[in-house]
Structures are given as C-alpha cells and as structure tokens.
Design a binder for this molecule. Structure first.
Ligand code: MG
Length: 206
C-alpha cells in the first residue's frame, strides 16, 4: 500500500447532483476542482479543530483515491489503472468562509480539515463504493460512487490534463447530500463500507 504523504490533495466540488442542489448550486458541466494543502491532514482519532473565525464548519464525507502511477494527460483507462488505494476522507469545510471568500482556499485549508482513515483495497468495480457519514453515531450522509456526476476515472483523467498526478497524491471525489455543521464535543465518522473508516472528535481551536 502507498503511504499517505501526498504532494497535493485535489478535490472535486459538486460531484453529486443532490448535494449541489442542497447548497443551491447547479451541477457543473466539467469537474469543478480545488486544492487542500497537505498540512490539513489528520488521521483516525485525531481532533478536528474548529477555527474561531468560522461560525459554520461542516463535515463532507468523501471517497478518497490514492494515486499509484504518474498520470499526465491520461485517458480514462490509464487513469483507472493508476488507482492504488481507497481512503475514507472528511473534506471539512468552513461553509460561511467558502461563501464569503468566493475562492475556497481558506475555507478548505485550515489545519485538521482533511481527516483520513487507513488506506484500503481497490475494488474490482469502483462504482460499487459507498460512503456514509455519521455524527455522534447518527447517519447524516449516504452516497454511492455510482451516483457521482463524474466517475473516478473521468475525474483523474480530467485532473491529469491540468496537473501531473504523482504517486501518493490524493484525490477527494466529492460529497453526497446531507452536509451539516460540527460543534465541539461531536464525534464525526466517515466510512467506506468494507474498505476504510475515519473517526474524529471535534474541538474548539486552542
Ligand atoms: Mg468536498
């Protein structure tokens, strides 16, 4: 299994129609991508810290893809062959800052805003992957890769036409509907059934 020290984390926004709708957005005609810094990574059991500058920090449970081979202007078949691992991911987002800033670097980039589980095996059929988010044990999100607007090979192929994907890079493939806010004392969990899970306590920033 590859390790988890990506040179970059590339994320896809609005990749499930029901989630785009819940935030009042249209489904994009091409994958809508943004970056999170590697400094935002925390692992299973570590705290997600809520920055005081935001009043609306939300969880986004996602299917994370670990790249195993360099991808540069790759087609979908080559891209599919480069998937080396699957990881449960929480694309934690300061929703109020995402709206007020217009661009998303601050809203998505705080320390602890990318929670990652252990890397799991890649299934034969990527479309069978599912993602479930729970807050304090209550299910809040349930998504299936088969419901993605752009599937995983299409996403990787698209990104590779913009920036070379290196072995170890991480791609977050978008969140299903059901996002909601986190408060100090919560425990938030993202699970990709049979593959990977990550659970994190939520605390105020020190
Ligand atoms: Mg997201």
């Amino acid at each position: 299994m590859p390790n988890l020290s990506p040179s970059k984390i590339v994320c896809v926004g609005r990749n499930y129609a029901a989630h785009a709708k819940e935030l009042g957005n249209d489904v994009p005609k091409e994958p809508l991508i943004f970056l999170k810094p590697p400094s935002s990574i925390v692992r299973d059991g570590e705290s997600i810290r809520l920055p005081t500058v935001s009043k609306q920090v939300e969880y986004e449970g996602e299917i994370g893809v670990i790249i195993g081979k360099r991808l540069f202007k790759s087609g979908v078949d080559e891209a599919r062959g480069a998937v080396a691992g699957i990881v449960a991911a929480n694309d934690v987002t300061a929703r109020d800052l995402q709206k007020s800033d217009g661009q998303w670097t601050r809203a998505k980039g705080f320390d602890t805003f990318c929670a990652l589980g252990k890397i799991g095996e890649v299934p034969a059929d990527l479309s069978t992957l599912t993602v479930t988010s729970r807050v304090n044990g209550t299910v809040r999100q349930q998504g299936r890769a088969s419901d993605m607007v752009f599937d995983i090979p299409a996403i990787l192929s698209f990104i590779s036409g913009i920036m070379t994907l290196e072995p170890g890079d991480l791609v977050l493939t978008g969140t299903p509907d059901g996002v909601g806010t986190l408060a100090p004392g919560d425990v938030v969990e993202v699970e990709i059934a049979g593959v990977s899970r990550v659970s994190n306590p939520v605390t105020s920033a020190a």
